[in-house]
Structures are given as structure tokens and as C-alpha cells.
Design a protein around this ligand. Structure first.
Ligand code: NAD
Length: 491
């Protein structure tokens, strides 16, 4: 299937090909992999969606999407000529059994290559699509099915989706995408921890005081208001992306860099999370909703106006104090924070070390700040270790915190590929390392669900914060009550 140069022959069927995810992420990612020489001449892409669309119009839609979403300078006419010829379109209503016969005609059923079914449609269709694929005999041994988030909205719905998909495709043929895991810096977390001898001996409660994880967005709900209003920040960001990051930071060293060895360790972290129920929810979580304000100098409306539901109580911001009940992490809180319409788009992990045990600089004691390791996931991916240093010059010993900075853009000059490029090729390669196993998804819901139930039982609405601020003041109160503060960008 793969030639020695690492290119692949495959058929990919994108269900929901005319949607936002397909046009903004999947087609550009496939184009860039084609440009990199990873697609064999016979690799084919079938866009499948409900609306009837002539082939030429689908190709024009794809060209428009590439024009809009490829990185500057990445479009190449020769690659486009090749890529365009791979693109075909099939009008298919996922709920109509007879449409799958049309799909069968397009597919190469002899399994001479990998067949990828990418479900870029609403999750309520995941089960029905798999059922129809099975009924039409298209659950081929060479097939891989890719599921987008959200996998359900609670444990029961996640289990129902997983059961429906699992009735047709065995687990090893199911790839649940969390695009955060495809980010270079997120994968680098594993390199940082397990390819350096420096960190592992200090990676525990004896040396680390606490961990902060922030995924901040400056955008609002954009066109996703309908979905988002049913979901909220806890389901949309914490249940998947933030918990996956937490697992990578907190897991034990896996016995091998292999999919199940890594996923077994992540699962143990999820199982060790202290459950936050009705009694703790008021002290261990804060939820907020943005009201009108200004972001990057521009006035923006409040969330309720954006989704046109004045009574909405969906949270667009959340902080959770997560605690892992095991020997390595007992007593080390992981503060998880995410929100929309915050001042910046910024994702980072801050490992806060404990202060030195004894100070020998009496005159400078107030200047000594405990070490911090900051892992920046976006923008400006990199790692900074904040250390104390002597300020140069005479005049007594003065101390100041200074960063040791590794910027990936400066050190590795190559373009950082988008997460979807990596993940799509991993699906084709059959490497499930960066995809969530069924038990991980269900364990994550198991932890999130009591928080949702606790909020419901409390019955109070999310606290308002002005768009362009760092969330409600209660978010600062939550961490300051513990004698700690949120990390401010110090690069
Ligand atoms: P979208 O609404 O823009 O597109 C949905 C697509 O599904 C369209 O192509 C539409 O024609 C097709 N479709 C709807 N009903 C159909 C039917 N009965 N038969 C065949 N096709 C049908 O949605 P999107 O934003 O592209 O999201 C798709 C999925 O990916 C959702 O599950 C979403 O939660 C998930 N997701 C999206 C993003 C994103 O950035 N857009 C990010 C993460 C996850």
C-alpha cells in the first residue's frame, strides 16, 4: 500500500463534504499532503453531502476553500491540477439506504487500498451512517471510520454512539479525532517528558505545586451558535481537549511509544480524577457567559444576543479545579480554564514548581519567584522555563526572573503542519496513537457528568463577564483562595 517514500493509496469518503469542517480543514489538509508527495496517483477523495451538486461545482467549492484557508503561498497550480482530478462528489442523504448503493459503485471493494469514511456530520448521524454502511456491506476490512467531536453530550449518549458504531466496525477500525492531539506542541509534550532525563525525576507532588491549563479564544460562537448553545464550554472544550492535555501531562511513562500503551496510561489518569459533585461544584468550578464588550479594539455583542436567546444559561467560560488521586499527584491541583471572547487566542500549560525550601538572600527574598515551565501550544509554539537570575552589575545582589526560551518557529524553520494533516495521514497509516479510545471518551464523560448535574442542581445562572476580559472575577477568586494566581504572559 505504501511505497518506500511514504506515500499512500486510499479512498476517502468525506460525509458532510460541503460543511465548514470539510472546507476549512479537511480539504486543505489533504491538498497539503498531496503537495508533500504523500498521495499516490490513484488516491481518491469523494465528497458526499445531501445537496445535489454537479461535480464541477464541488471542485469550484474546493478551489474557493483552498484559496481562503491554505497558508499564504501554499497554493500550487500543478498540485491543484492533480488534486482536482482526485475530487468527486456524490449527493447522498445519510438516512437514505438506497444512496449507499451509489456509494458502493464508487468504492473499490477489493480492499487493494485503505478506505476512510470521515464523518464530518452531526453526531446524531454517526450511528445511522455506520448501520447503513454495514447493511450495504461496506464495512470492509480495509475501512477506517473517523468520528469528529462531540461524541455524545453525556455518558449515555456517548455509549449509544460507541455501541452503534461498534456494532459495525471493531474498535481498531474506529478513529475518534481530538484535533488537539495532532498539534505539534501537544505531541512535543511526550518528547519533553520522555525524551529528556531532566524532567521525569521532578515531575511529581514533591516538586510541583500546581498546574494551570488555559485554552483561551478571542472569537465568539461564530456560525456554531446552534450547536454551542446545546453544548457549552465544559462539553465543548474540557471533556475532550483539556482532559486530553491533562492526561499527557499527568500520565505515567508508558512502557512503549505504542497506541495502547499510551492510551492505557491516559485512561488511568481519567479514572483517578476526583469526582466533583453537587457539594463541591460551587468551590471547584466557575462558569461564565460573556456580555457585550470589546475584543481587539472592536465592539462585540453578548453571547445571548449572538445566539438570539435572551434566556440562555449556556456557559462560554469555565474553570475547574481538577485533582488526581494517585501517589504522583495527590495534593497538586490542575486548574483548567477555557473561554470565548477572552482578550487573546492563547493555549498554554503552566507547570508551577514549589518555592525553594530555604532562602539565603535576605535582601532579595521578595524578588525570588518559584520556577515555572510554560508550554505554549498556540500561538508562537514553544517552551519557556522561568528561572531566577542575578541582575548583572554591581550594587549588591539583585535577583530577577528570566525565561529560557525555546521557540519552535525559530529552532525548526519548517512550516508547522496543521493538526488535521498529521491526523488524516495517521488514519491512512492505521496509527491510532493520537486518537481517543472508546474507554477514554466514556471515562471523560463519567467525570464531566457530575459537574453538569451539580450545576443543574444548584440552578444558578453562569456569572457574566465582559467580552475582552479574562472571565468573571470568581475565576480569579477560585485560584486566589488557594494562595495562587493565574500565569500572565511574561515572554
Ligand atoms: P456543517 O453544518 O457546516 O456541515 C454539515 C455537513 O453535513 C454539510 O455538508 C451538510 O450537507 C451535511 N449533511 C447534513 N445533513 C445531512 C444528511 N442527512 N445527509 C448527508 N449530508 C448531510 O457542520 P461542520 O461545522 O462541518 O461540522 C461537522 C461535524 O464536525 C459536527 O459533528 C461538528 O460538531 C464537528 N466539528 C466541527 C468543527 C468545525 O470547526 N467546524 C470542529 C470540530 C468538530
Amino acid at each position: 500500500m505504501a511505497n518506500p517514500g511514504g506515500s499512500f493509496s486510499f479512498d476517502i469518503v468525506v460525509f458532510g463534504a460541503t460543511g465548514d469542517l470539510s472546507l476549512r480543514k479537511l480539504l486543505p489538509a489533504l491538498f497539503l499532503r498531496d503537495a508533500a508527495g504523500q498521495l499516490e496517483p490513484d488516491a481518491r477523495i469523494l465528497g458526499a453531502a445531501r445537496q445535489p451538486l454537479p461535480q464541477a461545482e464541488f471542485r469550484a467549492l474546493a478551489a474557493q476553500a483552498l484559496d481562503r484557508h491554505l497558508p499564504a503561498g501554499a497554493f500550487d497550480k500543478d498540485v491543484w491540477a492533480r488534486f482536482e482530478a482526485r475530487l468527486e462528489y456524490l449527493a447522498l442523504d445519510v438516512e437514505q439506504p438506497e444512496d449507499y448503493a451509489k456509494l458502493a459503485k464508487w468504492l473499490r471493494l477489493d480492499c487493494g487500498q485503505v478506505t476512510v469514511y470521515y464523518l464530518a456530520v452531526a453526531p446524531r448521524f454517526f450511528g445511522p451512517i455506520c448501520r447503513q454502511l454495514g447493511a450495504a456491506g461496506l464495512n470492509l476490512p480495509c475501512a477506517r471510520v473517523v468520528l469528529e467531536k462531540p461524541i455524545g453530550k453525556d455518558s449515555a449518549s456517548a455509549k449509544a454512539i460507541n455501541d452503534a458504531v461498534g456494532a459495525v466496525f471493531p474498535e481498531e477500525q474506529v478513529f475518534r479525532i481530538d484535533h488537539y492531539l495532532g498539534k505539534e506542541t501537544v505531541q512535543n509534550l511526550m518528547a519533553l517528558r520522555f525524551a529528556n532525563s531532566l524532567f521525569e525525576p521532578i515531575w511529581h507532588r514533591g516538586v510541583i505545586d500546581h498546574v494551570q491549563m488555559t485554552v483561551a479564544e478571542n472569537i465568539g460562537v461564530e456560525k456554531r451558535g446552534g450547536y454551542y448553545d446545546q453544548s457549552g464550554a465544559l462539553r465543548d472544550m474540557v471533556q475532550n481537549h483539556l482532559l486530553q492535555l491533562l492526561c499527557l501531562v499527568a500520565m505515567e511513562p508508558p512502557v512503549a511509544f505504542e497506541a495502547d500503551a499510551v492510551r492505557d496510561e491516559k485512561l488511568k489518569v481519567l479514572q483517578a480524577l476526583h469526582r466533583i459533585g453537587e457539594r463541591d461544584v460551587a468551590i471547584k468550578t466557575v462558569r461564565g457567559q460573556y456580555s457585550a464588550g470589546a475584543v481587539n479594539g472592536g465592539a462585540v455583542p453578548g453571547y445571548a444576543e449572538e445566539v438570539e436567546r435572551p434566556e440562555t444559561s449556556t456557559e462560554t467560560f469555565v474553570v475547574v479545579k481538577a485533582e488526581i488521586e494517585n501517589w504522583r499527584w495527590a495534593g497538586v491541583p490542575f486548574y483548567l480554564r477555557t473561554g470565548k471572547r477572552l482578550p487573546q487566542r492563547r493555549s498554554e500549560i503552566v507547570i508551577q514548581f514549589r518555592p525553594v525550601p530555604h532562602l539565603i538572600f535576605p535582601g532579595a527574598s521578595r524578588d525570588v519567584v518559584a520556577n515555572r515551565l510554560v508550554i505554549r501550544l498556540q500561538p508562537d509554539e514553544g517552551i519557556s522555563l522561568h528561572m531566577m537570575a542575578k541582575v548583572p552589575g554591581p550594587g549588591g545582589l539583585r535577583l530577577r526572573q528570566a525565561p529560557l526560551n525555546l521557540s519552535f518557529a525559530e529552532t525548526f524553520q519548517d512550516r508547522q503542519p496543521d493538526a488535521y494533516e498529521r491526523l488524516l495521514m495517521d488514519v491512512v497509516r492505521g496509527n491510532p496513537m493520537l486518537f481517543m479510545r472508546r474507554d477514554e471518551v466514556e471515562a471523560a464523560w463519567h467525570w464531566v457528568e457530575p459537574i453538569l448535574a451539580g450545576w443543574d442542581a444548584q440552578g444558578d445562572a453562569p456569572k457574566h463577564y465582559t467580552a475582552g476580559s479574562w472571565g468573571p472575577s470568581a475565576a480569579i477568586g477560585l485560584i486566589e483562595r488557594d494562595g495562587r494566581t493565574w500565569h500572565e504572559d511574561m515572554r
